[in-house]
Each structure stands twice: as C-alpha cells, then as structure tokens.
Write a protein that binds this ligand. Sequence first.
Ligand code: FAD
Ligand code: SIN
Length: 464
Amino acid sequence: MPDPACDLLVVGAGAAGLTAALTAAEQGARVLILTKGHAPDSSSWHAQGGIAGAVGDDDTAALHAVDTERAGRELCRPSAVKVLTEEGPERVRELIAMGVPFDPELSLEGGHSRRRVSSVEGAATGWAVTSLLGRMAARMDQISTREATNALALWTDGGRCLGVVTPDGPIAARATILAMGGAAALWARSTNPEGQIGDGIAIAFAAGAAVADLEFMQFHPTVLAGSRLLLTEALRGDGATLLDDKGERFVDELAPRDEVARAMVRKGRVWLDLRQVDRARFPGLMIEIEKAGFDPATQPIPVSPAAHYTIGGVVTDLVGRTDIPGLFAAGETAATGVHGANRLASNSLLECLVFGRRAALAALDEPAIPTRPEMPLAPPPERRASQELRDQVWREAGVMRDPADLAHLALSQDVVAQLVARFAVARWESRGVHYRIDAPTTDPAFEGHFVLRPGQELTLERWS
Ligand code: FAD
Ligand code: SIN
C-alpha cells in the first residue's frame, strides 16, 4: 500500500514548480519537489529580460492582452490571456513584497506597446527570482526537494495519476504537477540548458495525456553566434540595432521575434550593435559578453537565432488540469493556448507565476489515492538527446521549414522530435513562429490548435 509522503508532487524546480510548491505549502500541504538536475539547470534560472505585467501607470491588463493576442497571430486562447494579464500584476507585486530587487525603470521588449517588463539588473531576472523562490522553499518545513532525480514515467492506475516513477522507484502523491520546462534543447542551437528536451511532454503523452501546438518552437533572434548566450531583447528595447554585413539596419528590431528571426536568417550573417546602449544597465551580461571575447563598447557582436521556448506542450485547462485525473501541468510544459502561435516577450515567467499558482490550488482538491493501487511497471530508460539528434532537429525543424525535411524527421525514434515533425507537417501554412517554405502565408483554415491524443489522429480545435 503506498504511503504518500506528500500531498503534492511537483516535478521541476523552475519558476512554475517553485511557485506551485510554495502556494501549496502555504495552504498547509506537504510537498515534494523532484528535479532532474540542480537549480541552475532550469531555464528559469537563466531568464534575462524579465517579467511582463501591466504595473506601469500608463498601462492596463487590457492593453497587455491586446499585445499578447497580436503577437499570437489569431491563435491565443482569449480566456487564458485574460487570466494571465489580469492576475499578472498581483503576482509581480507579490515578488516585490518577497524582496525581488526589481530595477526602478520598466523595460521595453519586442511586440509590447508599453514599457512593461520588470527586470533585475537588466538581464539577471531569472536568477534573482528563481534563487529567491528556491531559498523560500528550502526554508519551509512542508517542502522537501530531491535533486538529481529523473522522472522517467508517470504512475497511473485505472486512468488516474498516482505519481511518477524514478530510477529509485515510484513516488506516490494525491496530485502531481509537471513543471518540467520545454524541449528547446532538442535543437542543436538553443538557449536552454542541455536537459530541457521535453521530458514532460514525453512522459505525459506516454501515459495518455493530450498534447498540442508542438509545431510552435519559438526562436530567439539574438543569441551570441556559436554559443548559448542570450543577448536579451531588452537591449533592443534600449536602442541596440541589428546590422547586416554592410553595417546597415534591415529590420524593425522591436517587431515580434518570429519576424526578426526570419529577417536575420534571410540575411545570413548579422551583428547586434550595443554601442548606443546604456550598458551599465546590464552589468552581468556585459561581463559575459567580454568573457566570450567581445568588447560591446567598440564592436558589434555576431548573433543568430536559437531555439528558445516551447509554445506547445501538455494540454491543460486554466487551472493546469490535464486529461488524466490527478495530473496537472504548468509553465513551459503546459499548453494553455495563452501564447497562440508566437509568445510575446517576457510572458513566460509571468505564465509560470500565474498558472503555477492556479495549478497548485486546484491540485489540492484531488481526493486521496487508492489504498491498493496497481504497482507501476519497470520504467523506461532515461531519455537522452544525442548531438546527432539535436543537429537533425535543428536542420529539419528550424526557423524555415521544408516539407521533405519535416517528413524525414517524423520518422525519428525520439518521441518528441517525431511529434514536433508530425504537428509541423499537419500545419500546412505559416503562422507566427512556424514558417513553411512551401506555404509561406497564413491560411484561415488553420485558425485553431492541433491536438493529439495517443492512438488518435491530429485534430484542429478552437479554444475559447
Ligand atoms: P524550467 O525553468 O525550465 O524548469 C524545468 C525544471 O524541470 C528543471 O528543474 C528541470 O531540472 C526539471 N526537469 C526536466 N525534466 C525532468 C525530469 N525528467 N525529471 C525531473 N525533473 C525534470 N521568459 C520570460 O518571461 N522572460 C525572460 O526574460 C526570459 N528569458 C529567458 C532566457 C533564457 C536564456 C531562457 C532559456 C529562457 C528565457 N525565458 C524567459 C523563458 C522562461 O525562462 C522559461 O519559459 C520559464 O522559465 C520556464 O519555467 P518552467 O518552470 O516552466 O521550466
Ligand atoms: C529576453 O530577455 O530576451 C528573453 C525574454 C523572453 O524569452 O521572454
């Protein structure tokens, strides 16, 4: 008989997982956090520009919603956008009350009609927020954390999720929240930590959960060439320009990032010119650039796009519930539909705070687990991504997509690579971050979310 050591099992220790854990613990729940690596292995730790949220005097949730929907290209789920933008300011104010030392000025990023992004030292927001939430979780008696513990599969019985299976055995909980981040490190050129290869999508799909929107991988335009180092969009908000090999500007640097990324790919070699920027606003980032061998005060920096954010994921409602009773998802693992076909800059940390909290509150309503459940089967081996696979995904499902490449990738042995390709093949149009060279325009017939349930065909759904 399982004796759940916890009410809530949270898989992942990024912004979404930590928010969920702290919210549940504040309600008196016993929480266990599992993470495959250590704190700096989450994308949250590395987040730079900040957290969007209508906290400025000239701003409203409605204006933030308009910008979010415009970036999302007719595909944002309106109810999710309303939740994100209306609850967002309160979550940002809570961080201020917890002691996050936000910069006095709000930042501007692509696609925003206002300065709306709260940052710490310009580009150290993820570290400041995630390390603070981590310290708070470590201080709470009701929260325990197991690092270096890989969730290999979900434990289900009679269609209900009872927890996860790790290499050390199963772990039971009344409710499980997958906050396992995204899959962008499956692409050879990526901003994400190496382990972010979509394990949450893989284990939820294997257990029968629906997944959606996996054709939408967001590429960040300005990543130091030959490296994972992101050069935050806030630099462009502060006047950094993109130059071609003649030293000329060629794109509106603050257009939504899918447009900027494609313009850069068309150009070939591109440089980010930081000479006009108040570089003292981004002290840590300037040191990183110098460490990489460039002097941002005197020379433009070579940049090119890299896979950055997984818009699709495990389908949830607005409180993180998946198709599987007892199983929730939040943060980058979840597909709420809030980002449509292109995420607005800095809406992701906000998503982690807003939907991480909602998922935790809903998860606490789950009933006790059965006293004599079916024990799980031996787990599958750990999913790994070889360099060859990462190269293939980059080549065959990159910024500009060729149908023959996608058809080839759909034969991949890796479940997430295969799913990405199947979704991208089905979306025979270009919309937001998904661009097909054989169908370069948007087709109203595809105004919906592709959803896949195990053993079924892809369906196109409209989400209100
Ligand atoms: P993550 O923070 O990625 O955490 C995932 C967790 O799951 C990790 O603890 C990981 O170890 C764990 N995990 C994964 N697989 C397993 C497994 N099998 N078993 C156990 N644990 C597992 N967004 C913004 O809004 N603003 C920004 O300024 C910004 N800047 C960014 C800069 C960079 C360089 C990057 C990479 C992303 C940035 N983003 C930004 C995006 C944003 O940071 C992420 O979308 C967000 O932090 C994701 O948070 P999360 O909690 O969902 O997942
Ligand atoms: C950045 O700082 O440019 C990243 C912001 C984001 O991914 O939202």
